[in-house]
Design a protein around this ligand. Sequence first.
Ligand code: C2E
Ligand code: CA
Ligand code: CA
Length: 693
Amino acid sequence: MPASRRRSSLTRRFAVVSLVGMAVVGVALVLVASSQMRSQAVRDGTSLAATVAAYASAATPADAYVTGVLADADQAAVAAATAGFSAELVELRLWSQDGRLMYSSRAAGTGLPHSDRFDLVLREGEPVAAVQPDVRGAGDAAPAAQKQTVLDVYVPVHAADIRGTVTGVDADEVVGAAEVMLDHTTTQETLTSTVRTVALVVAGSLVVLWLLLFRIVHSTSRRLRTAALENARLAMLDSLTGLPNRRLLSEQMQRAVREAGEDGSRVGLILLDIDRFKDINDTLGHDHGDALLELVAARLRNALRDDDVVARLGGDEFAILLPDVRSVANAERLARRVRGLFAAPFELGDLALHVDTSVGVACLPDHADDPSSLMRTADIAMYAAKHQRSGVSVYSPDADDSSPARLVLMGELHAALEEHESARAAGDGGTGGDALGVPPVAQLEMHYQPKIELASQRTVGLEALMRWRHPTRGLVGPGTFVPLAEQSGLIHRLTSFALDAAVRQLAQWSADGTAVPVAVNLSAHDVADPAVVDTIEELLARHRVRPELLEVEITETALVADRSRVVPVLERLGALGVRVAIDDFGTGTTSISQLRDLPVDELKIDRVFVADLGDGGREGSEVVVQAMVDLAHSFGLRVVAEGVEDEGTARTLARLGVDQAQGYLWARPAPPEEVRPPGDTARGSHPSLHPIG
Ligand code: C2E
Ligand code: CA
Ligand code: CA
C-alpha cells in the first residue's frame, strides 16, 4: 500500500508543481505582452505629441520664450497651427524656460509645470511622457462619469524649432517645453481589453496544454505502475505452474508467523517432493517432466482451501502453507490427504504415470519459532519421510542433524555401544554375561521377523532388525538411530554389534537344532569396506556357525552408489558362502538385468510395490511385480516380498510366483525368545504368527 500511495502523491505533486509553473509562466507572458503594448502606445503618443509640439513651436516667436509671454496674435497662430489635432488633443501648453505658462489651449491663465518632468526635459532634451488620469478641473463641474486618461508628454522646444532666434543661444539648446496632453482613454481601454483577451488566450492554452501534459503523465505513470505490478507479480510466481514461488511463500509465511504471534494461533508448513522425479525427467524427457509438475500443481491447488498457500519452491519441490491450523495432528492429517492426491495416476498424453511423494510437516510454535526455522524443520521432516519411506513425516528433533536432542541421542548411542563392546569383551574372556554373552543391561538388541515360504507357509528364514531399548524413550526403531550412526561414523560398530548378536543367536539356535538362515542388514557404508567380510568370517569361525545360515541384505541404492567397491565385497562374501540379498528393490534405478553379473542370491521387492497389490492399490502393479519375478527367476534369483499385511496380497504374491514373504500378516519383528522355532511344533503358534491357510 505505501508504494501506491507514494506513486499517487507523486502524480499529485507533479500536478501542483506544473500548475504553479504554468501559472507563473502565464502571468509573466501576459505582463510582458501588456507592458510591451503599453510602451508601444506611449511611444506612438509621444511621437504624435512631438509633431503637435513642432507645429506649435513653429508658430511661437523666439522672444516669447525669453519674456514668458505670448501675444494674443501668436496665441491665435498657435491655435490655428494645431487645430488639425483637436480630435486627439486634450490640451496644449507652452512653457517658457523658467517655467512660465505662455499658452494653454484651454485658456487657463496660470499654472505650474510638473516640476520633475519639466526639469528632466530641459536637462535631457528628450520628450518625457506619463499616462495619468485627467485631473484637471476636478474642482470644476467636470462630470464624474467622464473619467479620462491622458498621455501627458513634455516635449522640449529647441531654439532651432521656433520662429526667429534667441540671441546668445545655440540652435540645439532647449528654450522651453511644449506640454501635449493627448486623449489616452480609448487607447487605454483597447489596451486593457487586449490584455484581457491575451490573458484569456494564454490561460486557456496553458490550461489545455497542462491538461494534455497531465493526461500523458498520468497515463504513463499508470502504465508504468501496471508494468511494475505485473513484474512484481511475475517475480513472485513460478513461471511453469503459476503457483507462488519461494519468495512469495516466504513473504506469506512471514505474515502468517506475525499474525500467529499476535493471536496465538498455529502455522503449519507442508513440504513435499516427487519421489524419483529425476528418473522421470531423464527417461521421459523434460517436456513430460514439466507437464507432470503442472498436473501436480493443479491437483494440489484444487484440493486445498483458499487460505492455504500452495507454492512451488523449484524443481520438484512444493510447499503448502497453512496460516492457521488447529493442531499438529490436523496438519499431519492434511499432509496425508495431500499424499493421497498422488494415488491416482497422472495422465501424460496416453501415459498414465504413477508417482509417489514424500511429505514433511512442521508447525510453529511446536517445532520452530520463526519462518526460516519452520522451513528448515519441514525440510528435515521431508527428508526423514524420504529416508524412512514413510510417506508422511512430522518433524522430530531426532531426525534433525543440528538439534540438541539429536546430539544427545548420538552421545547416548555411543555410550550404549561402548557398554555392549566392553561387556562382550568381558563375556568372551569367559566371565559374566548370560548364555549368549549379552550383558543384562543391554540397550541394543536384535529382533527377528520370519520369512515365510509362500507355497508351504513355513518359516524358512528370519530377518534381524535392530532395536534400541532406550532408558527414557522406550523402544526406538532403526529409522531413528541408523541414519544418525551413518552420519557420525558409528555405523561400523553398530553393524559389528548386529552381526555379533545375530551370529551368537544362530549358534544357539543351531545348538537347539532350530536354526534357519538369518539375514542381517548392512549399511551402504559397510559394504564399501572389505573389513566387514573379515568381521563376518571371524565371527562365523569363532561361533562355529555355518556360512549358509547367514545372509546379508544391502539396499539397491548402496549397490549402485559405489559399485566398484561393493562388487568385490559381495564376491568375497559369495566365496565365503554367505548369501546376499538386494533390499528395497525397485526404489532405485537398477534394472534387474544389471544384477545378472553380480554375486546376488535374492531380490527383496520393496514394500511400496507390495502395498500397491492390495485393495485400493494402483492398477498395473501386478504387471510390474510379475515382470520383476519372471526376470529375477530367469537369473536364478529368489524373490522375497516385504511388508505383506493382508491375505489378499499374500495370495496375489503367491499367484505371481513370489517365493517368500515377510510382513505383519505373519509376524512383527520380535525378540529372539518370542520367535517360534520353525521346527518346534510342540510350542504351538505364537500369538503374533498367523499363517494363512
Ligand atoms: P528394511 O530392511 O526394509 O526392514 C523392513 C522394515 O519393514 C522393518 O522396519 C520392519 O519392521 C518393517 N516391516 C516388516 N513387515 C512390515 C509390514 O507388514 N508392514 C510395514 N509397514 N512394515 C513392515 P524397521 O525394523 O523399523 O527397520 C527399518 C529399516 O532400518 C530397515 O528397513 C533397515 O533398512 C534398517 N535396519 C534395521 N535393522 C538394521 C541393522 O541392524 N543394521 C542396519 N544397517 N540397518 C538396519
Ligand atoms: Ca532389510
Ligand atoms: Ca527392505
